[in-house]
Design a protein around this ligand. Structure first.
Ligand code: SDX
Length: 392
């Protein structure tokens, strides 16, 4: 009834096992982080406070929160040689390709905190990763558009600093719109953790071999990239652009129901939720607020998305299959309105999800664990004798 399961350590891999971090009730659309509902955290908390909760199990008091925020702030800069590392990428490299490489390479710059048996090393690496992901994400974008990298400004909040590094330049440093900064913070928060999804399970499996935390998070970034997982937000925007007008929606819904057609309604359906993804509801409200703030409330993409949601929720196929909008359905519209290009959407997802990956990694290696070793159901040949070449 608590939503956890016991497992046979001798058989089921360590990667898929008990956890105290996040609870999902897919049938009723419930998502709890350490017992707190996601909609309450989105309304009353912020990303770094939620990071503290996921890592430590309790909401921080004022002193604990200030100390944690200061700790993260002190780690926002990356070693200057990371700039040369980025310049080695083709300018047109996909930002996710750069993130996979850059985060994996962090262990070569921060090898003073990769002894996973040392709790202090684990703590410092966790802070370094949460702090440096926005800096690295912004460096991907700046390299991609051929602009100079922006250093973090530690007088700014976490999400505000990210938008500063994304859109500021050494020539001018535009004020960050507080509504956009709050929306960005909420996007990070809504992506923070989601139980043992594909990328989190990848991180746990990598961690179970004793790999260093930077390598484990790089493995999570790689797994997140696919369009069935974290790449869906980019695919939703491409789909909405392709639909182009509300008059075309019925045609695309019909394609999505046609088993012979590979087309899927991106941003719909989920491995666990058979009801509304509670994050999608919060994202939709935030979408309205951001577009109103920017005078884009008549954004045609939003109109298509809302009409598509209405049609799909009444369509017998989607009702029968229990397909609802998920976290990726509205997030892309907000990010596009903020000015973030579509190929950066999954990088943003990875940045927000880093704390969830770290929390699960840390939970696993701070207890007794075995290397994950999923078994298979073998369906190949029975044993047979070798056939010499001249007899084949
Ligand atoms: C994320 O696991 C997590 O927690 C992930 C995540 C996180 O925070 O980490 O929540 C983030 O990955 C969200 C999902 C983002 N992906 C997309 O939006 C891509 C589009 N969605 C589909 O690819 C799909 O819904 C999946 C991959 C998400 C789930 O696919 P499943 O496991 O097949 O879903 P299902 O078992 O509920 O499907 C039931 C039926 C199937 O048809 P039948 O085999 O019964 O005939 O519905 C069909 C599916 O083929 N179906 C869809 C569909 N999604 C499922 N049909 C049309 N359009 C869709 N989007």
């Amino acid at each position: 009834s608590k939503g956890y399961f016991t497992y046979d350590p001798g058989f089921v891999s360590t990667a898929a096992c008990e956890s105290k971090i996040t609870f999902i009730d897919g049938a009723n659309g419930v998502l709890l982080h350490r017992g707190y509902p996601i909609d309450q955290l989105a309304e009353h908390s912020d990303y770094l406070e939620t990071c503290y909760l996921l890592l430590n199990g309790e909401l921080p008091n004022a002193e604990e929160k200030k100390s944690f925020v200061d700790m993260i702030t002190n780690h926002t800069m990356v070693q200057e040689s990371m700039a040369r590392f980025f310049r080695g990428f083709h300018y047109n490299a996909h930002p996710m390709a750069m993130m996979c490489g850059a985060v994996g390479a962090l262990s070569s710059f921060y090898h003073d905190s990769i002894d996973i048996t040392n709790p202090e090393h684990r703590r410092i690496s966790a802070h370094r990763l949460i702090a440096k992901m926005p800096t690295l994400a912004a460096m991907c974008y700046k390299h991609h558009i051929g602009q100079p990298f922006m250093y973090p400004n530690n007088k700014l909040g976490y999400a505000e600093n990210f938008l500063h590094m994304m859109f500021g330049t050494p020539c001018d440093d535009p004020e960050v719109n507080p509504v956009l900064a709050r929306a960005m913070d909420k996007i990070f928060l809504l992506h923070a953790d989601h139980e043992q999804n594909a990328s989190t399970s990848t991180v746990r499996l990598a961690g179970s071999s004793g790999a260093n935390p930077f390598a484990c998070i790089a493995s999570g970034i790689t797994a997140l990239w696919g369009p069935a997982h974290g790449g869906a937000n980019e695919a939703v925007l491409k789909m909405l652009d392709e639909i182009g007008d509300v008059s075309n929606i019925d045609k695309y819904v019909a394609k999505a129901k046609d088993k012979s057609d590979p087309f899927r309604l991106m941003g719909f359906g989920h491995r666990v939720y058979k009801n509304f993804d509670p994050r999608a509801k919060v994202m939709k409200e935030s979408c309205d607020e951001v577009l109103r703030e920017l005078g884009l409330e008549n954004d045609p993409l939003l109109a298509i998305a809302k009409r598509l949601e209405e049609i799909a929720l009444e369509d017998p196929y989607f009702v029968e299959k229990k397909l609802y909008p998920n976290v990726d359905f509205y997030s892309g519209i907000i990010m596009k309105a903020i000015g973030i290009p579509t190929d950066m959407f999954t990088v943003i997802f990875a940045t927000g999800r880093t704390v969830g990956w770290i929390a699960h990694w840390s939970e696993m290696i701070s207890e007794t664990y075995k290397i994950g070793r999923p078994r298979q159901l073998y369906t190949g040949y029975d044993q047979r004798d070798f056939v010499p070449l001249d007899k084949r």
